[in-house]
Design a protein around this ligand. Structure first.
Ligand SMILES: Cc1cc2nc3c(=O)[nH]c(=O)nc-3n(C[C@H](O)[C@H](O)[C@H](O)COP(=O)(O)O)c2cc1C
Length: 419
């Protein structure tokens, strides 16, 4: 069974005699765990009614581009943003021509233009239409631009001809779509992520905190969901919306964060600690507001628990990823943390006055990262935090698979020896 858990597939249906086969595609996409929204061209509606697809996808079918009400509800830009992948099945000769020309005169082709997610097409047409040089030129052009062609198949056609042009079977379509997500896949895994700053109370109205915005952690949570994981986000106080499909638990202090993480991490395969947890907290929290009396005020601080190191010591099999925000000597400090905490991976970035390209990094939408593990490293160049989060999740997924294979092998050797 293919995994498309959490994936959002926008299915375009165009005016081919094979339009009825889209019903089976929808059913199989949903069986694989995907959420499906259908967009039909006018041509498609001549073959099948939207009601069929509405019932099968459990969602309204989108049909019109220049419709005030439709645009006000979920317009072409929202639909383009919603999708993780766009699949056109069946794709008519006309729809391929229109995509090749970059037309935006129907809802479906406008969405394709407005979207930057992968586009896959399953062509379906008469063998002469498929073989025509105009269609073949369009196919070449679209393939060069990165459009994924699934099929067509050869065989008997609706018009009685025999040859190439039939829509390929829906099982093949679903497995090719699932393959698109298999790199960097965290399907079926649980990931606990911490994000944001913590607040250490001094009195009922004041606290010690830091500049962390939580943006990197939230982007990682979103990317992990995209990769198919169940995500629990333990968040310090930030002004960010919860990413879709993420279970968010709000905390204030480092001690709160530690308690919640310990409750959740037992069920996790991967723990990613992006939060900027306060290293110290006031020894005593004053019951009443501290009054402005003395010229100098001394506040005594004590160390907070190192959440990541404690988790790794207690849950030795959990794949642990730490973050190191450093103002200098990034690699040396990051590698020291990697060893001291005995974790699998550390993601380091420069913060403060030296981090000019990212304006100090905190609250910036950009970042650049150096990722280290025992015996390896990767530099992720300056990019948006969203893009970096996706790259990082792909890397975590690769390293996690290796880690699992190695630990499973070790356990096998140990159990063989003990027999
Ligand atoms: C009965 C019938 C069957 C058709 N089957 C196909 C087909 O399988 N593939 C195709 O590319 N066009 C087929 N066409 C032509 C398209 O429906 C036509 O080009 C239409 O404009 C496509 O619109 P669309 O691409 O906007 O959906 C068929 C037309 C008719 C009348």
């Amino acid at each position: 069974m293919q995994h498309l858990t959490n994936k959002r597939v926008l299915l375009g249906v165009t005016g081919s005699i094979a339009a009825y086969k889209a019903a089976d595609v929808i059913r199989r996409l949903r069986d694989a765990g995907a959420e499906v929204k259908v967009v039909m061209t006018d041509g498609a509606k001549a073959f099948v009614t939207p009601l069929t697809f509405q019932a099968l996808s459990a969602s309204p079918v989108y049909e019109n581009l220049l419709d005030k009400e439709a645009e006000a509800a979920m317009g072409h830009i929202e639909l383009a943003r919603w999708a993780d992948v766009i699949l056109i099945a069946p794709a008519s000769a006309n729809s391929l021509a229109s995509l090749a020309q970059g037309r935006a005169d129907e809802l479906l082709n406008a969405i394709c233009l407005a979207s930057d997610v992968p586009l896959a097409v399953a062509p379906a047409m008469n063998k002469h239409m498929w073989a025509d040089p105009a269609t073949q030129d369009n196919v070449r052009l679209l393939a060069q631009r990165g459009v994924l062609f699934i099929g067509p198949d050869s065989g008997e056609q609706a018009c009685g001809d025999i040859g190439e042009g039939r829509m390929i079977d829906s099982e093949t379509i679903i497995s090719r779509i699932a393959e698109l997500f298999s790199v960097g896949s965290l399907s079926g895994l649980t990931v606990v992520i911490t994000a944001g700053p913590t607040r250490e109370a001094l009195d009922p109205v004041r606290y010690l905190s830091n500049h962390s915005s939580g943006k990197m952690g939230y982007a990682i949570a979103e990317a992990a969901v995209e990769a198919g994981a169940k995500v629990i986000l333990v968040s310090g106080p930030v002004s960010l919306e919860s990413p879709d499909r993420v279970q968010r638990i709000n905390v204030e202090s480092a001690a709160d964060m530690e308690a919640v993480v310990k409750e959740q991490v037992g069920a996790a395969d991967i723990f990613v600690a992006t939060a900027a947890v306060a290293d110290y907290r006031p020894v005593t929290v004053q019951q009443d507001k501290i009054k402005k009396k003395e010229e100098r005020l001394t506040i005594e601080l004590e160390k907070n628990t190192d959440i990541l190191a404690t988790v790794k010591a207690e849950y030795t099999k959990t794949f642990c990823v730490g973050f190191a925000a450093e103002t200098q000597n990034v690699e040396t400090y990051a590698r020291t943390k990697l060893e001291q905490k005995n974790i699998e991976m550390i993601v380091a970035n420069l913060v403060g006055p030296l981090a000019k390209k990212t304006a100090g990094t905190f609250n910036s939408d950009l970042n650049e990262l150096n990722v280290y593990w025992q015996g390896g490293e990767v530099k992720l160049e300056l990019a948006s935090k969203t893009k970096l989060a996706r790259q990082l999740i792909a890397l975590i997924s690769q390293r996690f698979s290796l880690y699992k294979t190695n630990t499973d092998n070790k356990n096998n050797i140990i159990s063989l020896k003990s027999h």
